[in-house]
Design a protein around this ligand. Structure first.
Ligand SMILES: [Fe+2]
Ligand SMILES: [Fe+2]
Length: 263
């Protein structure tokens, strides 16, 4: 099965380049996953935007620390299986951290949203939570895709090795900067430390330079605005053997609007 992953979609510039890519390419994919935690003006996502993404043909939206930014999402997450919040939030938090779906070809696929703990809020252990989830899945689910939303590359690399041979793909999100270490680990798990960001590359990880630099200079609160121009779609083009769950191909996507127009 061929799967498209798009890294953190930031604001309108991110949504617009994603839509342009999907208009040209979505029929080539069996399954499409995006990280949507920054799609509403850089902070969170709304129910209306999530509905729009699903209408575009996106199968699952993964989350992260910003998934909670819009209060309406507490209810939306509780009522919609195809948008995830990280699995390892404490008990009683609304929403689900994983979903099991079928692709266009009828293959079963599980998507998991996980969040790291290094330089991030101290939530439950992502490694232990994954271990519990494998017990729940049993032998039945072969294709397992994990979005590991984390700050520290060491924690992400460790998760890749921890899940090698047990997940089909472990892709990092949250830093918004694509890493060049995509690979297939020895037991068949596709891995990348961060898929990067789908949005404007004219800013600081998606936000206007003029709104971020004063924050570093003064440490005072600032109003952040979404950057514009030089949009790029960052993500992955993945091939997975649906019988075994083994990753056969992992290709990084880093595309401009011109690249997409030329397809
Ligand atoms: Fe993000
Ligand atoms: Fe994040």
């Amino acid at each position: 099965m061929r799967i498209l992953i798009a890294g953190d979609v930031v604001g309108k510039p991110g949504r617009s380049i994603l839509k342009e890519y999907l208009d040209k390419k979505k029929n080539e994919y069996d399954f499409i996953i995006i990280n949507g935690e920054n799609s509403a003006g850089g902070f969170g996502i709304t129910g209306k935007l999530a509905d729009e993404f699903f209408n575009w043909g996106i199968d699952v939206i993964t989350g992260g620390n910003h998934i909670w930014d819009k209060r309406e999402m507490y209810e939306y997450l509780a009522n919609n299986d195809n948008i995830l919040r990280p699995l390892n939030y404490p008990m009683g938090v609304p929403g689900s951290g994983y979903v099991i779906k079928k692709t266009k070809n009828g293959d079963k696929i599980a998507v998991v949203s996980l969040q790291g703990r290094v330089f991030m809020p101290p939530i439950d252990c992502p490694f232990a939570k994954m271990e519990e989830l494998f017990w729940e899945f049993g032998e039945d689910v072969k294709c397992i895709i994990v979005d590991f939303h984390a700050e520290a590359s060491s924690e992400k690399v460790a998760m890749g090795w921890f899940l090698d041979g047990r997940a089909s793909l472990v892709f990092g999100t949250h830093t918004h900067v694509q890493t060049s270490d995509s690979k297939i680990l020895p037991k068949g798990t596709g891995y990348i430390t961060d898929v990067g960001m789908t949005g404007s590359q004219n800013g600081v990880i998606g936000m206007k330079v003029e709104s971020i630099i004063p924050k570093f200079l003064t440490s005072l609160p600032q109003k952040f605005e979404v950057a514009e121009g030089n949009e790029r779609l960052n993500g992955l083009d993945i091939e997975i053997d649906s019988k075994s769950g083994v990753c056969k191909k992992i290709e990084r996507l880093d595309l401009s609007k011109d690249d997409i127009a030329a397809f």
